[in-house]
Design a protein around this ligand. Sequence first.
Ligand code: PAF
Length: 278
Amino acid sequence: MKIVHKISELKDILKDKKALSIGLVPTMGALHQGHGSLIKKSVEDNDFTIVSVFVNPVQFGINEDFDKYPRTLEKDAKLAEELGADIVFAPSVDEMYQDTKELTLVCPPYSAINKLCGKSRPGHFDGVATVVSKLFNISQCTRAYFGQKDAQQLFIIKKMVKDLNLNVEIIPCPIVREKDGLALSSRNSYLGDEARNDALKLSKALNYAKELRKKGVNDKQLLCDSALKILEGTNVDYVEIVNPETFEDWKETDKKALMLIAAKIPPTDTRLIDNMEI
Ligand code: PAF
């Protein structure tokens, strides 16, 4: 598998690929089968697939896990190759940003970031939108693949593409779960056995809320309170229900309801997110 570290080298490789469809799978590495499903889909859909591996400092807050975020490039490249990707693009921070303090940022609208993860991670989505725009430009991709686990991120990226007339088709891919329901995440590697049991409470809470809705429960407070009960023992950041099309607060008259949860799992305070249409 060719691992490319320089933007100029990637541009050289892409020079004679202008007539091809290019799929981009943007990642921060520590690839798991969730990423694997995005890579597979891109390989199916496109002539050429680029997997980017870049732990983006601009989307991490000062007290977050930028330094300890798992970095496993060789392993990632092997998985990308097995799944049929053509190139891994793994730039350094200096290659991507001359100066992170004097950077032109892409800032999603306040209404999209003043809630959920945006509320507890100020600046996070500016960092995501900025790096994703850069990766779109560098890779000249036709399509880009994002997991639905990061539902707010996906919503913001789709909106950015629309608002800025970017010439990229966004392909959302379903959440991949372990047999017991735990959503795959690179941050699951921070969990020990005991914490993993607590981590399972996220998917259990979502499934329970889904069951309640099936039984006709439409009271938002009741649905959130039932989820919160199951989440006891974790440090809940939020349990919310939104309209998945608009990401506005869900109303009983809305057809679809997306429940989203973020919680820190003791003792390492690993912050996990999950969501489900209920
Ligand atoms: O979802 C992620 O892994 C990251 O936020 C992304 C989209 C690769 C941008 O750094």
